[in-house]
Ligand binder design. Structure first.
Ligand code: NAD
Length: 355
């Protein structure tokens, strides 16, 4: 079926990669990007698609009900892929309010607007509301615990993960209460092109290029499961095409890596691929800093359900993906340099006070 899809947060990291994926895969579909262009949103990331694809960009807030209602009608929308969020744990510790507003109230606004439209159209079975979420809603694992599955109880520990958990519950309730076709995906840590500089992998690449310290929280033994962003986009596409309404799908890369090992890998790659870096070996820049408050120890995803029921599996190994990502940051300095703004520097000082 061809779709008229709203992609919220389509100027952010995963959202923009998904917009690119969708426009290239389904050229005839109508794509509307709704994004408030917060510090994390960058219209330049998808500017080429605005010229070449069947895409309309709308700068606006997902909490603006009138705007959302208008877009749903004007563009005859049948599908929402919902990425827009405040997404950075460190920022949620400094200021949780925006997380509750966008992640909880914003998701509620979209769900309620979509429900009204779905009712007016006599509940079409092919309508789809995909809520994109995180593995962090499940809390933290001990070293020997089994990976998170779709039935793992929620136990969010940060204001970010708590606000995402709240929005997941709303999406779930809209299926169980109203029968509205919502689906939820909970994914592990993504990496790849167009990732905002505050996140671990771009932060390390950029600091190595600038000869700045590489801040590693605590003892660096926290474990994350890493997934290349294009694999995530293919998984979300698969869920929209083949997923069952009301279901949740966990998405992961089966790549558990300790933070310190990841930083060392990035140092090796940068030493190999960057022609001119101020400090070599760049691992000399590694600096242990005071741990993040409430820092979850380990996340791991059991992606058996999406693999066996929908046939999705990751294709990019962590070695390939990290190499591609490092190359991308080396070749696209004009994309990330303007993002190191005054606001970013002041945020950085607040988070890494001890550097
Ligand atoms: P991001 O911070 O890079 O992008 C978020 C985008 O949402 C930005 O473009 C921003 O301008 C927009 N936005 C923020 N508030 C808005 C509002 N009120 N109205 C409209 N737009 C608004 O985030 P990301 O890393 O691309 O994450 C996208 C989604 O995927 C989030 O829901 C996040 O919880 C989820 N997720 C992320 C990861 C990850 O590793 N990054 C992993 C799993 C799930």
């Amino acid at each position: 079926m061809s779709r008229n899809i709203i992609i919220t947060g389509g100027a952010g990291f995963i959202g923009s990669n998904f917009v690119r994926h969708w426009c290239h895969t389904y050229e005839k579909d109508r794509v509307v990007v709704l994004d408030a262009l917060t510090y994390a949103g960058n219209r330049a990331t998808i500017a080429d698609l605005e010229q070449t694809a069947n895409l309309r960009f709308v700068e606006g807030d997902i909490c603006d009900r009138d705007l959302v209602d208008k877009l749903l009608v004007e563009e005859n929308i049948d599908t929402i892929a919902h990425f827009a969020a405040e997404s950075h744990v460190d920022r949620s510790i400094l200021g949780p309010g925006a997380f509750v507003q966008t992640n909880v109230v914003g998701t509620f606004t979209l769900l309620e607007a979509f429900r009204q439209r779905w009712l007016k159209q006599n509940k079409p079975a092919d309508y789809c509301f995909l809520h994109v979420s995180t593995d962090e809603v499940y809390g933290s694992l001990e070293p020997d615990d089994p990976a998170f599955s779709e039935t793992t109880p929620y136990s969010p520990n940060s204001p970010y993960s708590a606000s995402k958990a709240g929005s997941d519950h709303l999406a779930r309730a809209y299926y169980h209460t109203y029968g509205m076709p919502t689906m939820i995906t909970n994914c592990s840590n993504n990496y790849g092109p167009y990732h905002f500089p505050e996140k671990l992998i771009p932060l390390m690449c950029i600091n190595i290029l600038l000869g700045k310290s590489l801040p590693v929280y605590g003892d660096g033994q926290n474990i994350r499961d890493w997934l290349y962003v294009e694999d995530h986009c293919r998984a979300l596409d698969t869920v929209i095409q083949k997923g069952q309404p009301g279901e949740t799908y966990n998405i992961g890369g089966n790549n558990e890596v300790k933070n310190l090992d990841l930083v060392k890998l990035l140092c090796e790659l940068m030493d190999e691929l960057a022609t001119d870096i101020p400090v070599k070996p760049s691992s000399k820049l590694i600096t242990f800093v005071k741990d993040r408050l409430g820092h979850d120890r380990r996340y791991a995803i059991d992606a058996t359900k999406i693999s066996t029921e929908l046939g999705w599996n990751p294709q990019v190994t962590v070695e390939e993906g990290l190499r591609k990502t490092v190359q991308w940051y080396l070749q696209n300095q004009q994309w990330w340099q303007p993002l190191l703004s005054e606001e970013y520097q002041s945020y950085y000082q607040q988070v890494y006070k001890r550097l």
